[in-house]
Design a binder for this molecule. Structure first.
Ligand code: GLU
Length: 474
């Protein structure tokens, strides 16, 4: 059997982590088996679906590098096919028109709730056919079997059993003429020859309905695998409250697609204690049997740790391309400073995200006009003499360098430190603040070396003037 899976988002909401993980599992399963992966947009709910959202979902999948072999199919472009089957089902009495008014359905619902029953349609129109009702609006309902059970084996959750008494005659076509999700999904999986339906566990209640429909149509039953939910660290269903959940927000926050894929893979699937998986390993090792049955808990610390790993281990040119995008979001012109690959060496061990690097690297590319207030107060003003002496010393040492190399810069700093009581511990901070404006930066020698001689000396002069002005005012 040639494996064929699909990812079929409804464009009613953006691609979030749960959806991306389902897409990844479906994609990996197909790739592992040398099969095919289909992308299908389930957009028949006209009121809730938005075209720009489907475009964004597609862009997000592309960003994650989850490629598809067929599609994107749009259900709204397949309406004729759905109508012809609905028509056939009405003819063969597998479906019926239901004319029940909203008021009747609402009072039925209220009565059922009042009597402690689960609200469900009572099959009124299945039993009371009225031939002259054609003029009123109607929905089409599927004749769900009224007795017996639906039993299926889920590849992750095991044997699942539903009683048909709990399933009502669900709507397959709305009164506005649009076919519903539970109907279209069956026709599409059948037509597209989907062998494995891998989707979120929130669909588990739909599965018995779909199985009954598949049987009524004489279609092939796919194999099902329902993936457990993702919870926030507080044990509640993942939502905005837990921070970014839309995939693209993670890119904006400076995460790499490799990080997200690796993180999502492990969130619900394991292979011994291994944490890091490249794409080829993922494809080779992925099986549904190693999936967790219980919900997964989001762990932001781990996500950051993984991202730092990838920042330091993927090819620098690739990271640089992504980092450049982030730096440009800050309106910084990278032509005015070191090549972006240099920044990865400088910040890779200090930062967890590309955005963090972009947010702190500005002093390599442009002048700054302010010092961090806390830094200036503590290391300039509260120790004026030390600051003054340290900056003077380093100014002299750096000026005398003829051949600007990292070693020479390092020697200059050490030689300055040797001439100052308290040594490097005392001189480092005023110099760092003068050069970067802040108390945090990569190692001082590399920072000064990378910023260059002229720029570094100008900044030291600027800091000296700043301190002298303060002295004067005092
Ligand atoms: N369109 C459904 C959703 O976005 C997915 C349905 C399925 O995978 O069967 O939740």
């Amino acid at each position: 059997m040639k494996v064929k899976t699909r990812f079929s988002p409804s464009p009613t909401g953006y691609l979030h982590l749960g959806g991306a993980r389902t897409a990844l599992y479906s994609w990996l399963f197909a790739r592992h088996h040398g099969g095919q992966f289909v992308l299908r947009i389930e957009d028949t709910d006209l009121q809730r679906s938005k075209k720009n959202i489907s475009d964004d979902i597609i862009a997000d999948l592309r960003w994650l590098n989850l490629d598809w072999d067929e599609g994107p199919y749009y259900q709204t472009k397949r309406l004729d096919r759905y109508y012809s089957i609905i028509h056939q089902m009405l003819k063969t009495n597998n479906a019926y028109k239901c004319y029940c008014s909203k008021e009747r359905l609402e009072s039925l619902r209220q009565n059922q709730i009042a009597n402690g029953k689960k609200p469900h349609y009572d099959g009124y129109c299945r039993n009371h056919y009225t031939s002259n009702s054609e003029y009123k609006t109607y929905v089409v309902r599927f004749c769900n079997p009224q007795e017996g059970f639906v039993i299926f084996k889920d590849e992750i959750l095991g044997i699942i059993k539903f009683s048909n008494r709990e399933l009502d005659d669900f709507i397959i076509c709305r009164s506005d003429g649009t076919p519903t999700y539970n109907f279209c999904v069956v026709i599409d999986d059948w037509d597209m020859k989907i062998t494995h339906v891998i989707r979120g566990a929130d669909h588990i209640n739909n599965t018995p309905r779909q199985i009954n429909l598949i049987k009524a149509l004489g279609a092939d039953l796919p194999i099902y695998a329902h993936v457990s939910m993702i919870f926030g660290c507080d044990g509640k269903k993942l939502s905005k409250r837990h921070g970014a959940i839309r995939v693209i927000e993670y890119r904006n926050e400076g995460y790499l697609p490799e990080t997200l894929l690796n993180y999502l893979l492990r969130l619900g699937w394991s292979y011994g204690n291994q944490e890091i998986f490249n794409i080829n390993e993922m494809k080779n090792l992925f099986t549904l049997h190693a999936m967790s049955k219980s919900p997964s808990i989001m762990n932001l610390k781990k996500l950051k740790w993984l991202n730092q790993h990838y920042i330091n281990n993927l090819p620098p040119e690739y990271i640089a391309k992504n980092l450049k995008w982030h730096i440009e979001q800050q309106n910084i012109n990278v032509a005015n400073g070191p090549c972006v690959e240099e920044l990865i060496k400088l910040f890779g061990k200090r930062c967890h995200t590309l955005k963090e690097i972009a947010d702190t690297c500005h002093y390599f590319y442009e002048e700054f006009y302010d010092y961090e207030p806390y830094a200036a107060q503590k290391y300039f003003f509260e120790q004026l003499d030390i600051a003054h002496q340290s900056l003077h010393l380093i100014r002299i040492k750096l000026t005398s360098i003829l051949n600007w190399t990292l070693l020479e810069v390092r020697n200059a700093i050490h030689s300055g430190a040797n001439e100052q009581i308290g040594g490097i511990r005392v001189i480092a901070m005023p110099i760092r603040i003068a050069i970067t404006g802040s108390i945090q930066s990569p190692e001082l020698d590399v920072t000064i070396y990378t910023i260059g001689k002229i720029r570094s000396l100008l900044r030291i002069d600027k800091a000296l003037i700043y301190i002298e002005k303060y002295q004067h005012i005092k």
